[in-house]
Design a protein around this ligand. Sequence first.
Ligand code: NAD
Length: 401
Amino acid sequence: MTVENEIAILGTGAMGAGIAQVAAIHGWSVRMIDCDPETAAKAKDGIGTRLQRQVEKGRISESEAGEAMVRLHIVQSDSELDSCEVLLEAIVEDMEIKTKAVAPLLDHLHSEAIIATNTSSLSVTELGQKLGCPSRVVGMHFFNPAPIMKLVEVIRGRETDPVVVDRIAEIASSWNKHVAVAADTPGFIVNRVARPYYLEAFRCMEDGLATADLIDETMRSLGGFRMGPFELTDFIGHDVNTATTRTVWDCWNRPTRLAPSLMQEQLVAEGRLGKKSGTGVYDWSTEPPSPTIHPSNEASTVPGFDMGSIMKMANQLDLKCQNPIQTIVFARILFAILNEALWAQHDGVAEAADIDTAMQYGVNYPIGPFKWMEDIGLDLVKETMKSLESMTGDGRFITPD
Ligand code: NAD
């Protein structure tokens, strides 16, 4: 018999510890396992410290924090797993290591226990097949930091039992998370649909349209994004960001839309990784951080380009922008995201509503791409895409049929 509200978490690093905290505060008994017992102990202490901070801020009571801590158990013997309803693995991103670590635990789990994986990029279907129980294996993809980020992508492997998908979605909702269900495809929803936010911004700079700080400012003020694409990629790290781009681009058969940016790859080659290395697109030693890349052929206008549909779109969204270059930058980056959302839906990654939820809560977009298209009007979306395609000309604004 499995017990509802009992979960085992394998791997208590950044993600595992965060997820353990979320589960415990929502009343779940948590069995924490790590190959390094000191890491598990540190993770538990870290959760204690974070919960105490929540108490000091008045967000939870002293007794809620205390009760959550009592629900956290560091596993001493695998026999303690036999009543867990779910085993969630959050260990290193490597299929062989994940398989080797989870397989021996299957003997100690109930035959109906759900095996969830927090993988960001590996195939849930393949993990299920390697473990020999594909119907019980499902993705439960939290975002970092798990206690703060509001999204869980629930990944349906090709052979995952729909009952398992529904149960994991139900658990994530009961932990106060928004749920987006996605097919087991490269990048799932967020890591795919967000790519153009970074890539098209680099292309705008490569084309000499605007400087990094103007592009960032444009996306914050006209788009309502919390961070501009360059401050965000400097924050994420260009090495991490380009690695995800390459994986998603490769796995989706290298469409032009998702092609890596030469300028960004150059930054990585030069060790300019962003905030963590001191410089990236910006030099972080100055206040405010100053752009390190100066587009050589700064264009003040785009010759021969008909702005008609872009201006209509700007009016429709009530953008109130006097600078045509900013309007073009905004249109290019926003419409590149909208087009990726259309392709993701077309490729069967997820339904429109799930894509909207994922982008709003996984990367804090002000509204989801499909709601944005509704606000603009679908005919005008098509017209603007055609216009942008005629401006850029390499097929990246061509929409699915
Ligand atoms: P991490 O390196 O912080 O933690 C991994 C933990 O797993 C470590 O404590 C390590 O000791 C433990 N571990 C490694 N091999 C093990 C084994 N064989 N048995 C038991 N424990 C083992 O990694 P992380 O950032 O928490 O990432 C974990 C997973 O979550 C990965 O699949 C990653 O892709 C995914 N993920 C990470 C993020 C992120 O931003 N860090 C976001 C979403 C998903």
